[in-house]
Design a protein around this ligand. Structure first.
Ligand code: PLP
Length: 450
C-alpha cells in the first residue's frame, strides 16, 4: 500500500526532529499526513484526525485557507525573492514591518526578520549584547531564562531553554546563560518563605552582578514546558526588576503571539511592554516560515549610532513570500475577529475541562488562557500524589486519544503528567465539545488499565 511504501522510505531516508529516533527507525511513522482542512487533517490511508494542537501551536487559521495560498502564489509570481542585505529593501517586508509595529504595544516599532522562533531568539540575544556594546557596557553579556522555558534549538536558543532534556542534549549550553527558578516559586514577588527561593531571577542578577546581565527572556505563558501560567503580578514584577537594573526584557511570543491567548500578544494580558518580543509560528499560521524580533525604538536608535555593519542576517530574513503570507494571515485574523473568538472559546474549553475534572478523579489543574489550555493527571490530586513515572499517564491518555483520532500533546518534564490543548483559533463550540467528549472516553479507557 501507499502507507507501507512511504513508511519504508521514511525510515530509510528521513531523520525526524524531536522524535525517539530508535523507536521511529524500528516502527516507522504513526501516520503520514497528506491533507488538512480547518482543524482536521487526513492521512494517506484516508483516515481523518482532529488536530487539537494546531500541529505545533502554529496553524492558527487552520488548514485550507485559500486566501493564504493565493497570497503566496501572487507574491512568488511577482517577486520570488529579494534580499534586504547591503541596503536593498522590498515591498512586502516594509509593509509587514509597519503592520507589526501597529499591532504591538507602545514603541515596539522596529522589526528584524528571521525564519523561525529559534533564529528570532538567537537574534534577540545577539542584539541585546550588541546594544550594550554600543552603549559602552560590553561586559553585559549574560542572559537569564527560566527553568522549564522552551526557546528553540539553535545554540543560543538551546542555551536559554530551561527544559533540561534539551540543554543536556550534546551538552549544548553556551557560557553566560542562566536559568532562574520558574515562576511557580513566585519569588519575583518577594515570597521569601518559599523553600525554593534560592535561584530566582533577582538572586542571579545579584550574584552575577547587574552590570553583567544583558537580558532576561521569558514566555508570557510557558508552552512546551507544560502550559504554565505566571502567577498574578509576576510579569509586572519581572518588568520592574529589569527596570531596576537596566536589564533588557525579552518576551518570547512564539506561541502566545497573534491571538493564541485571547489577546493579540501574551503580554497584553498583563499590560507589560518588553524591550524586545520574539515571534514566529502564528505570524503566518504555519503557511510559510517566518520569524521576527520586534524591538523598541530605543534599541534601533542605539544600533544606528555606530558606523559599523550589523553583522547579523539570514538569507531568508524578510522572505517576500513569507511576508506576503503573514500580511494576509494578519488581515484574516483581524477581519474574522479570531482573537475575540479565541477569548470566547476559552470559556468553552474551561467548561469542558471542568467537566473532565468533575467526572474523572485523576484530572486536575485545568487551565486555559484563550485557546492555550492544559490539565494534569495525578494518581490522587487531593493529596498531591503523582502517578508513578513508569505509568507514563499523560502519554497513555494521549495514545488513547490518538486511537480515537484526536491529536493532543503531553509535557512530562520533572515527573509531571500534563496534557496540552491548543486548537486553531477558528475552532467553534461544537468542535471543542467534540474534543472534550473524545478526551472523556480516552481518560475512561486509561482509567480501566489502572
Ligand atoms: N519559542 C517558543 C516559545 C516555542 O514554542 C518555539 C517552538 O516550539 C520556539 C521558540 C522555537 O521556534 P522554531 O521551532 O520556529 O525555531
Amino acid at each position: 500500500t501507499k502507507m507501507e511504501s512511504l513508511s519504508e522510505l521514511d525510515r530509510k531516508h528521513y531523520l525526524h526532529p524531536t522524535t525517539p529516533a530508535k523507536m521511529h527507525f524500528e516502527q516507522g511513522p504513526s501516520i503520514i499526513v497528506s491533507e488538512g482542512k480547518g482543524i482536521n487533517i487526513k492521512d494517506v490511508k484516508g483516515d481523518e484526525y482532529i488536530d487539537a494542537m494546531s500541529m505545533l501551536w502554529n496553524v492558527n487559521l487552520g488548514h485550507g485557507q485559500k486566501e493564504l495560498a493565493d497570497a503566496a502564489q501572487e507574491q512568488m509570481m511577482k517577486l520570488a525573492y529579494s534580499s534586504s542585505f547591503f541596503g536593498n529593501s522590498h515591498e512586502t517586508a516594509i509593509q509587514l514591518a509597519e503592520k507589526l509595529a501597529s499591532l504591538t504595544p507602545d514603541d515596539l516599532n522596529v522589526v528584524f526578520y528571521t525564519s523561525g522562533g529559534s533564529e528570532s531568539n538567537d537574534t534577540a540575544f545577539k542584539l541585546s549584547r550588541y546594544y550594550w556594546q554600543i552603549k559602552g557596557q560590553p561586559e553585559r553579556t549574560k542572559i537569564i531564562g527560566l527553568e522549564r522555558a522552551y526557546h528553540g534549538v539553535t545554540m543560543g536558543a538551546t542555551s536559554a531553554t530551561g527544559v533540561r532534556e534539551f540543554q543536556n542534549f550534546v551538552n549544548a549550553k553556551a557560557p553566560d546563560f542562566f536559568h532562574a527558578k520558574a515562576h511557580q516559586t513566585n519569588c519575583e514577588l518577594g515570597d521569601k518563605s518559599d523553600p525554593n527561593y534560592e535561584g530566582c531571577i533577582r538572586d542571579i542578577v545579584e550574584k552575577e552582578g547587574p552590570d553583567t546581565i544583558a537580558a532576561v527572556i521569558l514566555e508570557p505563558v510557558q508552552g512546551a514546558g507544560g502550559v504554565l501560567f505566571p502567577p498574578e503580578g509576576y510579569m509586572q514584577a519581572v518588568r520592574k526588576l529589569c527596570d531596576e537594573f537596566g536589564i533588557l526584557m525579552i518576551t518570547d511570543e512564539v506561541i502566545t503571539g497573534f491571538g493564541r491567548t485571547g489577546k493579540m500578544f501574551g503580554v497584553n494580558n498583563w499590560d507589560v511592554v518588553p524591550d524586545m518580543m520574539t515571534v514566529a509560528k502564528g505570524i503566518t499560521s504555519g503557511y510559510s516560515q517566518l520569524g521576527a524580533v520586534i524591538m523598541k525604538e530605543k534599541i534601533r536608535d542605539e544600533i544606528v549610532k555606530t558606523d559599523d555593519v550589523l553583522f547579523h542576517g539570514f538569507t531568508y530574513s524578510g522572505h517576500p513570500t513569507a511576508c506576503a503570507v503573514a500580511l494576509k494571515n494578519l488581515e484574516i485574523l483581524e477581519r474574522d475577529n479570531l482573537v475575540v473568538n479565541a477569548k470566547n472559546m476559552e470559556k468553552v474549553l474551561k467548561d469542558g475541562m471542568a467537566f473532565l475534572e468533575e467526572k474523572h478523579s485523576i484530572v486536575t489543574k485545568t487551565r486555559a488562557l484563550g485557546l492555550l489550555g492544559a490539565f494534569e493527571l495525578y494518581e490522587d490530586p487531593a493529596s498531591g500524589k503523582p502517578f508513578d513515572p513508569s505509568i507514563a499517564a499523560a502519554h497513555k491518555v494521549v495514545d488513547e486519544c490518538f486511537k480515537r483520532k484526536l491529536i493532543l500533546r503531553t509535557a512530562e518534564w520533572d515527573g509531571d503528567n500534563i496534557v496540552a490543548i491548543a486548537p486553531a483559533l477558528i475552532v467553534n463550540k461544537q468542535e471543542i465539545e467534540n474534543i472534550i467528549s473524545i478526551l472523556d472516553e480516552s481518560i475512561t479507557a486509561f482509567e480501566m488499565t489502572l
